[in-house]
Design a protein around this ligand. Sequence first.
Ligand code: 5GP
Ligand code: ZN
Length: 118
Amino acid sequence: MPEVSDDCLFCRIVAGEIPATVVYGNESVIAFRDIQPQAPVHVLVIPRAHHPNAAAIGEADPAVAGAILAAAGAVAKAEGLADDGYRVIFNTGPNALQTVFHVHAHVLGGGPLGPMLA
Ligand code: 5GP
Ligand code: ZN
C-alpha cells in the first residue's frame, strides 16, 4: 500500500491540498471535523499514511492503529465528550457504507446518539 495516494481524498487533506478543520495532530495521525456532521461533535481521526481500512492498518501497522485510538480519546477529551460518552466507529466495506478508502475513525458525541443501527 503506498504511503500517499494522489487519488485519495484523505491523503490530499494530509498533504494540505484540500482544506479541513484540523483539531488534533501528531507525527502519525491527524483529526479534523467531518464535512457533514452526524452529531453535534463529529471528528474523523486518520493516519497520515494511506491504509484502506481498519483491518489493513491493524495488520500492517498496529502501532499507528493504536495511535488512532489514542488520538480518538484525546479528541473526545478536548471536545468535552469524555464524561457523557461518545462513539468511535470504523466503517469497513460496502455493508457499513464506507465511502472513503483511507481508514478513519469517526468520533461522535455531544448529545444522545440513539441506538447504534438507527
Ligand atoms: P465513511 O462513510 O467512509 O465511513 O465516512 C466518510 C466520511 O468522510 C463521511 O462522514 C463524510 O461526510 C466525510 N467526508 C467526505 N468528504 C470530506 C471532505 O472533503 N472533508 C471532510 N472534512 N470530510 C469529508
Ligand atoms: Zn489515503
